[in-house]
Every structure is written in C-alpha cells, then in structure tokens.
Design a binder for this molecule. Structure first.
Ligand SMILES: Cc1cc2nc3c(=O)[nH]c(=O)nc-3n(C[C@H](O)[C@H](O)[C@H](O)COP(=O)(O)OP(=O)(O)OC[C@H]3O[C@@H](n4cnc5c(N)ncnc54)[C@H](O)[C@@H]3O)c2cc1C
Length: 387
C-alpha cells in the first residue's frame, strides 16, 4: 500500500479507479531555476537518464515573478558557454547600484563604499526570471527532459520502508461540492528512483516532507516575508537600463522590517517591488497598501509617470537564512532551491543558490543511480521500488 492518507480515507480511495503510473529515473517537482537546473545537469551527466519535471503553472515561468538581479555564478557553472549564445536572457548587466534611505518627503543616498561588499551588484544581471526559466526549459527539453506544465504534484508517494518513490498529480474534474463531475480524471503517479522537490517557498509537499522526516530538527524556525512586484513599461526618458535601486525607511518606519527594489531592465521595462517581513506587529498595516504608498514617494513616482503597469504578483520569500535551512535530504530525495530556504537574505538573492543546489543534488543522485542505488539503497528492482 503506498497511499499517503489517513486510515479513514482508505475506504473511499479504494472505490476510485487505479491511477496510471509512469516510471522515470528522476522525478522533479517545480520548473523554477532549481528544478530546471537539476534536470539539465542530470542529462549533462548521463543523457540516458529519464527525467521528468512537473510544473503547476500553465506554462513554464507562469508562476515566477519577473524582474530580478541575478548573480550569474550558477548559470556560469551550469552552462559555461551561455554568453556566446544569441538567445540567452541575461541582456542587462548592472551598471549603477544605488541604496536610498527614504523619509516621508525626501531621500538620502548612502555611499556605496559604506555598503558591505556582498551587497555589491557589480557583475550581476537584471533579468526577467520567468524568461530565464523558459530559456532553461528549452535547454532541458532539447536534452530530452520531459516537462509537464499545468500539472501540480499534490501527493508524495512512499514505499513500505517509508522512502519517497515519487509523486502523484491531483485528480481533475472534481466539483466544488467534492463530487466527481463529468470530466473527472484520476491523477497520475510519477515514480522515480529519486525525487527532487523544487517547489519554491513553503511548498505543500516540502512542508509535509519536512514534518514527516523531522528535517527542521536542531535548526532555527524558518521566517518569511511577503514580496509584491509590478512590472512597468516606462517612457524612454525615465528609463536607465542597468540601474538597480534599493531603499529602506518610509513608509515602513523603524518597527517594521522590509524595503523596496527598483530594477531597470531592457526595452523600457522597470520591475518595482516591496518586501515586508511577516513578523510585523501593526494590525493596521497592509503590505499592498504600503507598497502603493511607496510608489508615491517623490524619489520614486517620477519613474512611473506616463508609464504603464504591465503585470503584477506577490509571493513569499524565505528570510531565515543559513541557520534555518532544514536537513536537505530524506530517503528517496532532496529539497532544492527555495523549498530548502536557500535565499541569501542580505543579498536578497536566491536564484543562484537555487541553480547551484539543483546541480549539486543532480551530481550526487546521478552517482547513486550509476552505483545502482534507488531511494538511497542498493536496489535496481523496480518492483521493490514501487510496492
Ligand atoms: C519579491 C521577491 C524578489 C526576489 N528577488 C530576487 C532577486 O532579485 N534575485 C534573486 O536571485 N532572487 C530573488 N528572489 C528569490 C528567487 O525568486 C528565488 O530564490 C528563486 O526563484 C528560487 O527558485 P526555485 O526554483 O527554488 O523556486 P521558484 O522560483 O519559486 O520555482 C518553483 C516552481 O515550482 C512550481 N511548483 C510549486 N509547487 C508545485 C507543485 N506542487 N507541483 C508542480 N509545480 C510546483 C511553481 O509554480 C514554480 O514554477 C526574490 C523573491 C521574491 C519573492
């Protein structure tokens, strides 16, 4: 029996049609920078490995918030020749890095020499992370990775020994009242010798696995912030390609942690965002409203006058740092990227660590598979793996 459900549910599940199962060497949940980098790495090491990536967004990149400053250290290691390619997505190198303290009516620019070196963005790129993911997905597919957008992994599957043997996608066509509609289709089981969880921040499967395998033991609790982002097309005279601007202070004040970012990409695009640490005490504070107030500040609003907001979104960000990173491995797999909380908080950057952690996990797992191990045990027997 390999259902991840309570005893009470077993009876009703037994009435359901069998789920179809597909077998792979590696199952990866999430087509973010972590999952896609892992997938590419597996195929670079051994083109014969069968690798599948599940992505809950309707297309790769659909759930990734655009506009990020990325340290290329990860991509340099994954795809060393990328700079020679025409179609890469790192078009805007950081040219100017500004740090502002905002008061209600004015701002002070802090001298760059006072900022810790790790906050220096020299050599980094301003990108649309969604486009970077699509580019990575094209590379992965060209190497033979199977990517299935529009499918959320909703359940972790275990074998009798308690090791993870894959995931199942959710049933489709369930009505609001829980009954099966005319288009009801049972989910699929994707079985792998190893499973990588690259769901991003606070994913539902990662939460289950952290609890089940006690991965947070002896670590500090994870902390979270909420990040709200907008992508604007501004008028050409307001655009300064390569400018990175961070601020703190107004409208949050000194009792609430957080700050803003403003990144000028190519094509007159500006990504503006606001992060609020989720330990704020003021019950009347609404991060979205603070963000809109921030946009009216004299040092900020001018950039957007005459411009047009193209898209917006919000997402959590892990802020616990190194001491909150859980144990990364469990029998049958590993947590990668922001599923493991690998954001470098003072740098406000996590995508390079997502890439590097995906690669590292792939290196170790490819070794294990080459040594004929599955779920961390010496076994190539698919029967035993699955049942
Ligand atoms: C506001 C904000 C600003 C940021 N700015 C920067 C920055 O400037 N520079 C930087 O380096 N980093 C930045 N980060 C952090 C960066 O976005 C993350 O570190 C990085 O995206 C993590 O990559 P990931 O692959 O682990 O997860 P994600 O990028 O979150 O990707 C996870 C993917 O998995 C999919 N998924 C989730 N659950 C499931 C499931 N059950 N089944 C199938 N698919 C699933 C999601 O749809 C998503 O596509 C920022 C984060 C925020 C919130």
């Amino acid at each position: 029996m390999r259902w991840n459900v309570s005893e009470m549910d077993v009876e009703s599940i037994q009435d359901l049609p069998e789920r179809e199962a597909m077998e792979f060497d590696v199952v990866i949940v999430g087509a973010g920078p972590a999952g896609l980098s892992a997938a590419i790495r597996f195929k670079q090491i051994n083109p014969e490995l069968s690798v599948v990536v599940l992505e809950k967004g309707a297309e790769v990149g659909a759930h990734i918030l655009s506009g990020a400053v990325v340290d290329p250290v990860g991509i340099d290691r994954l795809l060393p020749g990328w700079r020679e390619e025409e179609e890469h997505r790192f078009k805007t190198e950081v040219k100017d890095d500004q740090f502002l303290f905002l008061g209600p009516a004015g701002s002070i620019r802090l001298p760059n020499m006072l900022m810790p070196p790790l906050m220096n963005n020299h050599g980094n790129y301003i990108v649309s992370l969604g486009l970077v993911c699509r580019w990575l997905a094209e590379k992965a597919e060209a190497l033979g990775v199977e990517i299935y957008p529009g499918f959320a992994a909703s359940e972790v599957l275990y074998n009798d020994e308690g090791a993870v043997i894959g995931v199942a996608t959710g049933d489709m066509g369930v009505e609001r009242n829980g009954e099966h509609g005319p288009n009801y289709t049972r989910g699929m089981e994707l079985l792998g010798k190893y499973t990588l969880i690259g769901e991003g921040v606070r994913g539902s499967l990662a939460k289950q696995l952290i609890a089940r395998f006690d991965l947070q033991k002896d670590r500090e609790p994870q902390k979270f912030g909420i990040g709200i982002k907008e992508l604007w097309q501004v008028t050409p005279e307001k655009h300064r390609q390569g400018l990175v601007q961070h601020s703190f202070g107004w409208p949050l004040g000194f009792r609430t942690g957080g700050g803003s970012f403003l990144y000028h990409l190519e094509d007159n695009l500006v990504a503006v965002g606001f992060v609020v640490h989720l330990n704020y005490k003021n019950p009347y504070l609404y991060p979205f409203e603070e963000f809109q107030r921030f946009n009216t500040h004299p040092a900020i609003r001018d950039t957007f006058e005459g411009g047009k907001r193209l898209s917006y979104g919000a997402r959590a960000i892990t802020e616990g740092g190194y001491q909150s990173v859980p144990k990364l491995t469990f029998p049958g797999g590993a947590l990668i990227g922001c599923s493991a909380g690998l954001v470098n908080v003072p740098r406000i950057k996590g995508s390079h660590n997502a890439v590097l952690s995906g690669m590292l996990a792939a290196d170790r797992i490819a070794d294990a598979i080459a040594a004929e191990r599955a779920q961390g045990r010496g076994c190539r027997n698919r029967e035993r793996m699955a049942r």
